[in-house]
Design a protein around this ligand. Structure first.
Ligand code: C2O
Length: 575
């Protein structure tokens, strides 16, 4: 195994789209940032040099970071941020993982432009894929172009003061099919293919705001992996991918040589604001003319591309089926088995609520009051603790103090009702006030090795979307999903304990539920949150703390010697 090194220089650059010059924070001047390509078992060292004015961390989304929570990249939870003009080297390995992951900034909304692919190939080369060796591998990163300042957008959403929205959707940083001020179409992403060849698309949803439907006119996808875990090959003409998820799909260039649109359409049901535009982006798959001379095929670049027929933007059923059709590949030797014993069960509702902050006297009295709308789990919205050192360092040096800072995440909401009946919430969360919400630094502790089952229950409070729930440091088995309110007596019988898909980001269907199981075997403090940027910034987040084990090699090692400091003395450290 090798050590793969990268240098990430983070800086602000000006980029122009739609006739507007925008200052964006990027790695090595690129949007999306550079791809990290490694082989399973390799070590990775990424030297992050912060030339931006922001405090930064980078999270390696889906990398399990076994015994290495220090490298997880969550500001003030696992590390002090990298301050402007400072640098830090993230070191981690990718043992036991294969497929498509990605990396992104974990500060405010910065990940909108600070992200890239992390591709892990099998040790014996691409010929050892459990599917036909592709001719080429292509990352397809779906993202957003923001003209609004990302910190301002984040703040505006937290305070519920401004309507923050992205300007356009992107494929590999290209807007595509959107007119600029002079009436010219912005370039879209172009993929050149050779007839008859097979391509492996490594699709990543790096967007903050939307789940997408992805289609290529005239072509089908064979899904072979999701979240860097192989799945039973599944053929579909549409990919549904929520923020944080990855999908590996084979595409055979077997259509008539020509040009075909690749369309990414954000889905949402119902549309929150009828005025907001449908921000689709179109790329083009074009067949090259490198065919035997004389076969009569013209160079196709002037053809009008063929358009795919997209699902309705407000129809979330294609996403429900897409996610429900994934099963893990039984024949793969590395596939872990689903634990049958369960040590802890959690039932977590996802919702919105309103809270009154201290000193806001008019709170809750009228429409124009000072209450804040927050995103919740079991009616608690996460409150960032005020810390002078990262929580994980405190946990390492002074665990008793950590205990005083946290509240236990309840394992069910304070009130039980029919969570998904839209009639119960006719007016939206603020007026409905089904249950009072609160703010706290909520966490859940697990003994190392315990098997945890979580049911995420969507609620009618979240009217328009499904929720991609991401757990750091672990993969989880997704046992079942369903519509409506979860019923243990009925729904546990439907669990797939044989070949459930293994994911790091779990899609909770709109007005439905999902059940998952994981082994809490990686000591540390791990984020568990919705990967929608606005839900995360509104507090749909909790900490999962996995305790140290009792045997050698099962406790968290010391922090790296060159770990960033927060800029003042760490009084709590032992001398
Ligand atoms: Cu990709 Cu905490 O996130």
């Amino acid at each position: 195994a090798a050590v793969v090194e990268h240098t990430f220089v983070v800086s602000q650059v000006k980029m122009t789209h739609l006739c507007n010059e925008t200052l964006v924070t990027v790695v090595n001047g690129q949007f999306p940032g550079p791809a990290i390509e490694v082989t399973e078992g390799d070590s990775v060292a990424v030297h992050v040099v912060n030339k931006s004015p922001h405090n930064l961390t980078i999270h390696w989304h889906g990398v399990k970071q076994r015994m290495n929570c220090w490298a997880d990249g969550v500001p003030m939870i696992t590390q002090c941020p990298i301050l402007p003009n400072q640098s830090f080297t993230y070191r981690f390995n990718v043992a036991g993982q294969e497929g498509t992951l990605w990396w992104h900034a974990h500060v405010s909304f910065l990940r909108a432009t600070l992200h890239g692919a992390l591709v892990i190939r099998p040790r014996r080369g691409s010929s050892s894929y459990p599917f036909p060796k592709p001719y080429m591998e292509i990352p397809i990163i779906i993202g957003e172009w923001w003209q609004m300042d990302l910190f301002k957008a984040d703040w505006g959403i937290k305070q519920h003061k401004i309507d923050a929205y992205y300007t356009a959707s992107t494929i590999n940083g290209k807007l595509g099919d959107i007119y600029n001020c002079s009436g010219a179409v912005e370039d879209g992403y172009k993929l050149d293919v050779e007839p008859g060849k097979t391509y492996l698309l490594r699709v990543i949803n790096a967007a903050l705001f939307a789940e997408y439907y992805l289609k290529i006119a005239g072509h089908k996808f064979t899904i072979v992996a999701a979240d860097a875990n192989y799945v039973t090959p599944y053929t579909t003409d549409v990919i549904a991918i929520a923020p944080g998820e990855t999908v590996d799909a084979l595409v055979v260039a077997d259509a008539a040589p020509g040009r075909y649109y690749m369309v990414a359409l954000p889905n949402q049901s119902p549309k929150p604001d009828p005025q907001s535009p449908v921000l689709i982006t179109r790329g083009i798959v074009q067949y090259s003319n490198k065919q035997k001379p004389g076969n009569g095929v013209e160079h196709p670049s002037f053809d009008i591309p063929v358009s795919p027929e997209m699902p309705d933007q407000h129809d979330l059923m294609p996403s429900f089926y897409f996610h429900g059709n994934l099963t893990s590949l039984v024949h793969h030797p590395q596939r872990p088995r689903v634990p049958t014993r369960v040590d802890e069960r959690l039932f977590i509702t996802l919702g919105l609520g309103s809270i009154c902050r201290q000193g806001h006297s008019s709170c809750g009295r009228s429409e124009s009051d000072d209450s804040l709308i927050v995103a919740t789990m079991n009616n608690v919205s996460f409150q960032q603790p005020a810390l002078e050192m990262p929580l994980l360092e405190m946990h390492y040096y002074n665990p008793d103090r950590v205990a005083t800072m946290l509240q236990e995440l309840p394992n069910k909401p304070p009130m039980v009702y029919n969570y998904t009946d839209p009639a119960l919430i006719p007016l939206g969360p603020k007026e409905a006030k089904l249950e009072p919400s609160s703010e706290a630094t909520v966490a859940r502790r697990f003994r190392q090795g315990s098997v945890v089952e979580v049911v995420f229950q969507g609620t009618a409070l979240l009217q328009s979307e499904s929720n991609p729930m991401h757990l750091h440091g672990h993969d989880v088995f997704v046992l079942a999903q369903g519509e409506g309110t979860y019923d243990a007596g009925r729904d546990a019988a439907r669990y797939n304990l044989v070949n459930p898909p293994i994911k790091n980001t779990v899609h909770v269907p709109r007005l439905g539920w999902v059940a998952l199981r994981f082994v809490a075997d990686n000591p540390g403090i791990w984020y568990m949150h919705c990967h929608f940027g606005f839900h995360l910034s509104m507090g749909m987040l909790a900490l999962f703390i996995v305790e140290d084990g009792r045997t050698v090699g099962t406790s968290l090692p010391a922090p790296p010697a060159d770990f960033p400091t927060c800029g003042h003395d760490h009084k709590l450290m032992p001398t």
